[in-house]
Design a protein. Structure first.
Length: 108
């Protein structure tokens, strides 16, 4: 994901968001404006790109890690994907993973 900014005004649009699928090399050019936020970019991504490819395996952006994190959280929120962090020492929450890991270790 990249942004081409400071373009001549085409109605209210003066920024082009470029999204490239790394597998097919297909590029998507989405018009937006300079007052974009992570949430507005996420909505454009959801409307123009996500419907074709589903969730991305990797997000590369020239906007920095804070933007990518906020973008990803907003995307998951719109898709109703719950993000839950587990504390490593809190075994009650992590019991299923622990049991699977023990069974995996038995086979290895």
């Amino acid at each position: 994901m990249n942004f081409v900014v400071k373009l001549p005004e085409l109605s209210e649009y003066n920024v082009v968001m470029t999204v490239v699928d790394s597998v097919s090399k297909r590029a998507h050019f989405i018009l937006t404006h300079t007052t974009f936020t992570a949430e507005s970019i996420m909505r454009l991504f959801l409307h123009h790109v996500w419907k074709l490819y589903s969730l991305p395996n990797c997000i590369i952006s020239d906007r920095g890690p804070q933007f990518v994190i906020f973008f990803t959280r907003k995307l998951y929120c719109l898709l109703r994907v719950e993000i839950t962090s587990l504390i490593a020492w809190y075994l009650q929450l992590n019991r299923q993973t622990e049991q699977v890991n023990q069974k995996l270790n038995q086979y290895l």
